[in-house]
Ligand binder design. Sequence first.
Ligand code: PLP
Ligand code: COI
Length: 346
Amino acid sequence: MAFKSYIMETLDWKNLPFGYIKTDYNIRCFYKDGKWGKLEVSSSEHIDIHIASTALHYGQEAFEGLKAYMGNDGRVRLFRWEENAKRMISSAEGIRMASFPVEMFREAVFKVIDLNRKFIPPYGSGASLYIRPLLYGSGPEVGVKPSSEYTFILFVTPVGPYFKGGIKPVDMLICREYDRAAPLGTGTFKVGGNYAASLRAVEYAHKAGYANAIFLDAREKKFIDECGPANFFGIKDNTYITPKSESILNSITNMSLVTIAESLGMKTERRPVPVEELESFTEAGACGTAAVISPISTIFDPDSKKVYEYCKNGQPGPYTMKLYNKLVAIQSGDEPDQFGWVTIVE
Ligand code: PLP
Ligand code: COI
């Protein structure tokens, strides 16, 4: 109890960054001889890793990101955990790793939340408990082939919004210099290599004073792919429009916003979005677990020198706010879970 109040007093919940804060416990599980072992609880922040593991040499690694929210009723809510479990299986298959079973994923997530309850940010702080599962090839190989051993790790850390300012609009830069993923590559999987590949573009955007880079399709550089570690959406004519692409991560948040938009009487379209169409949107945003919805204020295209503007007086538009309010109300339990997305962690 004393430690709990220490944490409550020392952490500035309302101003938490999207960063790593040590918590008490994490979970590990090991795959060997063709099967997964039992979930193990650890209080160490470190792992012992084989010097020849396929994760270190050939990037055989995938991860996930989901959040737990404290409700006004003191109950902890998990948002669409099963989608993350399924996507981790798809990522594992994509880079030929052993899959981590959905039921074990559930057990691990519930366990890690329970063990770290005191780190769940309070209701109304705007922060949440970020849950980070990862899976990697831990057995030794020198030839390029899948490992025969795997490690699953699950840790949590309390976080604030990914983009500084939370719902404050951000500026984005179109990036033609670097690609994040190839059309038939691993862009649809949540594998570490995609993020390493994105770092030059992120740095390019940050150095120029932008919150992040907008990636275009690698084949033609004509269509919008994604917004850093988040999906893109644009709004016009009561329609929510989001890119369909063979090289983006299919965002669970985006999928949820499509459902919410339709429930609010909007039309929705998932299709290729050409850069020129940016001109016709009245609002735009980036969405993801970490980003939630980050409204986009401006997008600069260095080729055409055009600046596309989406916010009047620095304020997000009405559609973005409606979508954001509905999403966070469902996640926190302020509104009924009409789509069956929320699991209470008892
Ligand atoms: N796109 C990329 C590249 C991401 O890393 C993420 C984060 O997970 C997203 C989109 C958003 O996906 P989700 O809403 O499932 O978190
Ligand atoms: C998430 O939104 O959960 C992500 O994984 C983004 C992260 C790479 C910062």
